[in-house]
Structures are given as C-alpha cells and as structure tokens.
Design a protein around this ligand. Sequence first.
Ligand SMILES: Nc1nc2c(ncn2[C@@H]2O[C@H](COP(=O)(O)OP(=O)(O)OP(=O)(O)O)[C@@H](O)[C@H]2O)c(=O)[nH]1
Ligand SMILES: [Zn+2]
Length: 291
Amino acid sequence: MAEGRVVRAISGFFDVSDNGLVRRCRARGVFKKQGVTVLVGDIVMYDPIGTKEGIITSVLPRQSELVRPPIANVNHVLVVFAFVTPDLNFLMLDKTITAALIAGVEPSVVFTKADLVDEETAQRTCAIYRDCGIRTLAIATKQGTGVDAVRELMSGRVNVVAGPSGAGKSTLANALSPGLQLQMGEVSEKIGRGKQTTRHVELFQLDEDTWLADAPGFSQLQLNVESRELKRYFPDFTEPAGTCAYRGCMHVDEEGCGVKAQVDSGRIHRSRYDSYVQMYQELREQEENMY
Ligand SMILES: Nc1nc2c(ncn2[C@@H]2O[C@H](COP(=O)(O)OP(=O)(O)OP(=O)(O)O)[C@@H](O)[C@H]2O)c(=O)[nH]1
Ligand SMILES: [Zn+2]
C-alpha cells in the first residue's frame, strides 16, 4: 500500500501522483455503495498494479472541500486581479475574497501589472487589503518583479488561482513554473472546450509540497451564506462593529452604526463597505425569492 495525491479525474479514473510518478487508478468498487467520493486534491492510499496503474483503497480525511471547482484540501486561494486592463473591479475582488473566507480557505491578493500604474496608486490599493489583514502583493510579471514573493506565499500549500479573464493568471503560472501555461492550455484543448467554460480541474506540482490548481469560475461562486452572517466575513468590520448601538446591527440602515462611522472617518475603506452593502442586498434578494 502506498500514499499519493489525486491530481486529475477523467471519466472514472484518477491520476494519482506519488513522488512525481503518476499512476492511472481506479477507485475500489465498494466506494460507490459506501458513498465515498474521490476528488482532485485528495490524499489517498492505493495498491500499485505494475508501474502505471493502481487501485485507490481509501481516502484520507479532508482539510477542506471546495464545491466549485470540486477540489479537496485547498488551503490557499491566490486572488489574482490586475491594477488595470481590465479595470480593477472592487466588487468582484471583494466577492472572491469573501467566497474564500466562507469556504474556510485563506485568501491572499496578488495585483498584477504594477508596471502600468504609478507606485502611489499601487500602494494605496494594496493598503485596502493589508488593512483587512490579508497578505497582498503588487507584481509586474513581465518584468519578473514580485514573482519570487508569490512563490514564497504559495510554498507548502495547496493553492488555487482565482481571478477574472485577462488578470494575468496564465502569465503568472508560467513565470512560477515555465511550461505550466502550456499544460493548462493542453488540458482545455483535450476536452475540446474553451478554458473559460471548462469545469475541468487539475493540480500541478510546483515542488515537493506545493500544489497549484486553476479555478475557473471561482469568483462566480454563489456566496454560500445567509445575509445576516455576511458581516462575519469582513475582518475589517469586526472591531468597529463592537461600537454599534444595536447588537444585531447589519451596518446598513441602522442608526448609531460603528462600522458606518468608521467609513465616514476613512478608517474603513469606502469600496469595501460598498461591496458589503451590494453583496448583502444581493443575498437578501435571493432569500426573498426563495419563499
Ligand atoms: N503590462 C503587463 N502585462 C501583463 C502582466 N501580466 C500579464 N500581462 C498581459 O495581460 C494579458 C492577459 O494575461 P493572461 O495571463 O493571459 O491572463 P489570464 O488571467 O490567464 O486570462 P484568461 O486566460 O482569460 O483567464 C496578456 O496579454 C499578458 O501578456 C504584467 O505584469 N504587466
Ligand atoms: Zn453597525
């Protein structure tokens, strides 16, 4: 019996990587009856068959489980957005960060294309997220600036990259590990669909204990939370919320709201608050439509 990590799932087969050697494995027949699922990212025990195949005999307990994309044991979301081209969409960025926090996975923010904005703009934008306690980097991938810092951030973790089209995700992946961009492209071509629409997930190994997955559609992830719980996922609101006049304050229409006071005084960034209100209202609408 040996241990490996599932890096790919293809119509009933699972590619299991063990010290860099990948075997095509089948899951034990009894899994279906027992309701055991195997996901990309799972650490599994397997019985080798020859040098290229094997049978998965058990799935080790998961640290986390993302639903979309379906992937196990992710413990870091690299939220990649460009400063410009495309224009920075703060609502989309905040949604992606919040989706990661709701899923129980730590997000870090990587702003790309720092070469296209002035230093002051870059620092001001980074500060919004550093003030939330989120690790944030500004990089210029084409110039090679900051790529090592990203590598350090990812080291020893199972990472997914999330961000909009054109943010520079593929360029970054390629800078982290030359050839990776190509591999990601190949995967999409094989299943004959564009990279944007595919739900195919694959894990790439960057070094012995560092993994990277592409997460198409992560930011469109439905926020899996009740509207009244949303505020818990805004770390920048936690302290000022203690001064709200009402204990159950949602920080929207209430009088004597400590969060709104901090927005007015500039200590909570306005864009963060605007994103919160927008997300809160979207969740409220969904809830009203359910009944
Ligand atoms: N100036 C500048 N351009 C960059 C940088 N990083 C990426 N680009 C460019 O931005 C464009 C989009 O980059 P991609 O890496 O394809 O973006 P992506 O996020 O993978 O986009 P999708 O594949 O559509 O999801 C390309 O033309 C890149 O050359 C950067 O740091 N600076
Ligand atoms: Zn309040």
